[in-house]
Design a protein around this ligand. Structure first.
Ligand SMILES: [Zn+2]
Length: 89
């Protein structure tokens, strides 16, 4: 059995573009789309009911990080979408 876990990246709040780097260190910047029909392995890795996103280009799997409402909550500000977001549009 292949026990290697599926890699699930954290999708930061507001992140819409893939930040996976290829072998040359170039960012993918593919559009992250809601993954409507995740595979059984992905569901298992992310946990049932998890909302998953997948990059249109490299198919990297993302899971949104929960909004941070604990320690850093007071200082937390939503940053305007970074260069990646603008670039993808
Ligand atoms: Zn990608």
């Amino acid at each position: 059995m292949n026990t290697e876990a599926i890699k699930i990246k954290d999708k930061k709040p507001g992140q819409r573009a893939c930040d996976e780097k290829d072998a040359k260190g170039k960012m993918c910047v593919g559009h992250l789309k809601r993954w409507a029909a995740p595979t059984a392995e992905a569901i298992k890795a992310a946990g049932p009911g998890a909302e998953l996103y997948r990059c249109e280009r490299c198919h990297a799997i993302y899971r949104p990080v929960p909004e941070d409402d604990s320690s850093a909550g007071l200082r937390y500000q939503k940053q305007p979408v970074n260069v990646l977001g603008d670039f993808s549009r």
